[in-house]
Design a protein around this ligand. Structure first.
Ligand code: TXA
Ligand code: MG
Length: 356
């Protein structure tokens, strides 16, 4: 397939370009576009055929549903419906606080949304992105836009145009070159159909922030959840994901203990002729000069910086051809809950205790 690359100004998106890309979506084409979280691979949520094309371009398992992106509440209500007044009020209260932005809310699906979007579930995840290109594109498309992250399935999500180009060139109609994603990890996925609203996937909107609006908020408990279970509440949770090609080993414990453990493991790997990478915070990275490649997550106390850096770093390790990546489990507070969730899954769902 011939892929067109269209550069759009992220600060002031050119309307004629948005109109063109919107038409491509409306008539059943695939368009990769930036959002504030990660780049998405969009298709008209009304087109079964286009949506199937998304699964094909990504190599995505057929049981992992897509999020539907909207530009206004009318479109949200066209895609999903509420089970009662309480749920409707909650949806709008959360929307007033966090939309447009990195929050996806799951409600019951309407029949107009094809089963290919929801993978047979009777629910649909809906999100109103804040990125100006994303918002303008969805508005111009005049259809709700089903979009997973624009990476090949299993690879780290793309946080800039170059990542999308790597994975999607030749497989989609248009790739928008629209700059870097400001958040860097995917949206918070919140289930509104359970007893209490429940976070299925942590993201930039934290559980504490949601609880402040909703009065309560549960979580899926990803740290203890087995990534290999068959029927998780969010199908996406079961896949080893965000994975670099290298083996990733994640250690928990006091920074000094982790440092000793990683250094001793690192030397063993190096003497076996392996290429080694270390992913650490700015404060810790200086201890690992023996590694082949060192990448920083930013300052220790800057979770937002960690979120921005993570996926790009995983791709850089791939490009550098390392065999093993060592990393430390940070305190899962604020957005670091989302960052640790992604790292945990990149590490295949295991955290090793540092040796004492
Ligand atoms: O920030 C984001 O959410 C990005 C941008 C492009 O918006 N999109 C994204 O989509 O990350 P994707 O497909 O990579 O991840 C969607 C997640 C998956 O884990 C999927 O299983 C879950 O949301 N999901 C979607 N619909 C669901 C539903 N009806 N019930 C439970 N989980 C759902
Ligand atoms: Mg994804």
């Amino acid at each position: 397939m011939k892929t067109e690359i269209i550069r759009i100004d992220p600060g002031q998106p050119e309307q004629y370009k948005l109109d063109y890309c919107g038409a491509v979506l409306r008539y059943g084409g695939l368009v990769a576009f930036p959002t504030e979280t990660v780049y998405g691979l969009g298709a008209s949520a009304f087109s079964d055929r286009a949506v199937k094309g998304v699964f094909e371009a990504k190599g995505r398992p057929a049981d992992n549903p897509l999020i539907v992106h909207v530009a206004d509440y009318a479109a949200a209500e066209a895609a999903g419906r509420f089970t009662g007044r309480r749920q409707r009020e909650l949806f709008y209260a959360l929307g007033a606080e966090f939309w447009p932005g990195p929050l996806t809310m799951i409600i019951k699906k309407r029949r107009i949304i094809p089963d290919s979007v929801s993978c047979g579930l009777d629910t649909v995840g809906i999100r109103m992105p804040s990125n100006r290109i994303a918002a303008g594109l969805i508005r111009a498309a005049r259809v709700p836009v089903a979009a997973p992250s624009a990476n090949s399935s299993g690879r780290p999500s793309p946080t800039c145009f170059e990542h999308v180009l790597e994975d999607m060139y030749g497989k989609v109609d248009v790739i928008i070159d629209g700059g870097e994603c400001s958040v860097g990890v995917e949206s918070t996925v919140l289930d509104l159909n359970s007893e209490e609203p429940t976070v299925l996937r942590p993201g930039a909107v934290t559980r504490e922030e949601i609880a402040r609006v909703a009065g309560e908020c549960g979580e899926y408990g990803w740290f203890t959840a087995d990534v290999n279970i068959d029927k998780p509440r969010s199908p996406g949770m079961k896949y080893r994901h965000y994975a670099p090609k290298a083996r990733m080993l994640m250690f928990s414990g006091a920074p000094e203990a982790v440092r000793r453990t990683i250094l001793s493991r690192l030397r063993t790997e190096k003497s076996a002729g392996k290429r080694v990478g270390v992913l650490e915070t700015e404060e810790q990275i200086c201890y690992y000069n023996e590694a082949d490649i060192l990448l920083s997550l930013g300052p220790e106390n800057a979770p937002e910086a960690h979120a921005q850096a993570l996926f790009g770093a995983l791709r850089e390790f791939d490009a550098a051809g390392v065999d093993v990546i060592f990393a430390r489990a940070l305190k899962a507070e604020g957005v670091d809950d989302a960052v640790m969730n992604r790292m945990f899954r990149a590490a295949g769902g295991t955290v090793l205790p540092a040796e004492q």
